[in-house]
Design a protein around this ligand. Sequence first.
Ligand SMILES: [Zn+2]
Length: 349
Amino acid sequence: MSAEARAATYRTTDWLVKPLWFDDGNVILVADGLHFRVHKSMLSMHSPVFRDMFKLPQSDTGKKSASEFNPDNLDVVRMPDNGYQFIYLLKAIYERSFFQANKAVGFSDEIATSIIVLADKYDMQDLYREATHRLSGLPYPTTFAAFEVRQARPHTTPAHSPKARRVNITLEPFFLINAARRLQTRELLKMLPIAFYFATSMTTEALTDGVARKVLHKTLGDYGREVLDPEDTRRCIEAKPKLVKASQDATRCFSLDTANLSPACAAKQRRSPCLVALERLSQAAAGADLANNTSPLKSREGWFDKRCTDAPMNKLCKDCQAHIKRLHKEAREKVWNDLKKLYDLEAWP
Ligand SMILES: [Zn+2]
C-alpha cells in the first residue's frame, strides 16, 4: 500500500479512528483525543488489566452521553496513553497480519517499542514477547554471534546517518533506548548496548533534536519527535571518539607488526615474503581509511579477502591469513564485550 493510500485509510473525522471503529464494538476508548470503538471481550481476552477494568462500574472512568460519536450510548473509557501507540497496540490485536514477521509495514522500532510499552503496561505477555523477540532477532542482537549473523544480512544503517539511503531496515534506536529507560525489563536492557552503538553513528543534529515520530503522524496530528534523555545524548556524543579509538584497535591486525604474522612466519630471521606482504597490506589499510570511523564492530574480512585475491603478488600465506582474521574477530568481539562499559551502562539509567 502506498503512503498516500495508507494515509487515506487513517483519515479521521473528528478523531474517530476508522479502521479501529467497529460498529458492533461495545466500548469507546479515548486516547489523546482519538476515539476507538472496540470490543470489551477482545481486549479482556488479551489482557487481565482490561478484563479487571471492564468489571468495574464504568461511570467513573468517563462521561457517558449520546452524541454524534456515541449514538449507542456506550461506555467511554479515557486512556492515559499516547494515541499513536494505542493504535499500534489495537492493530496488533485486531489485525492478524499487521505485526507478522514477514511484513515490513507492520514492523519498525517505533511500532515494536510502542507495542512493548503498552503490552507491558496492560500485561499482554504474548505481544510483549513477540515484539521483544522481533527486535532482538534482527535489529538489536544480544550476542556477538548473533551480531555476526546479522552483519551477513542485507545492509542496515541507522536512520539519519549519512548513508541512510542504503538502508533496507531502518534502525531507530532512540525508541528502544527510551522504552528501555521507561520499563527497564531484562529483555530491553540486553539490547541497550547495541542500541547505543547504533545511535552513536547518527548525526549530531539527530542526536540533539531527536527524530520525527513518523508513522501515521501526518494524519493523526503531530506527535512530535522522539528525543533522547540529555544524559543518553551525552553518552552517544562522548562515545564517538571512543568508538574511533576502538576502530583503530579492531583494525590493528592489518598493521605492520610481526605479531600479526603467524608464529612460524614471525620467527623467520630474514625478511620473509609474508612480512613484505604485510607491509603492503598495512599501506592498503591506511589508504582505505579503515580505522577512522565509529563502526568498530564492522567486519573488514571481506575487504581483507578481496585484497588477498586482488594482490596475489603480495599474498600472505594461509597461516598468516587465518591468523589475521582471528585477531580481527577477537578484537571486534572485545569491542562488543566492552560496549556496556564504554557507554557506562552498568548503573543505567
Ligand atoms: Zn605467513
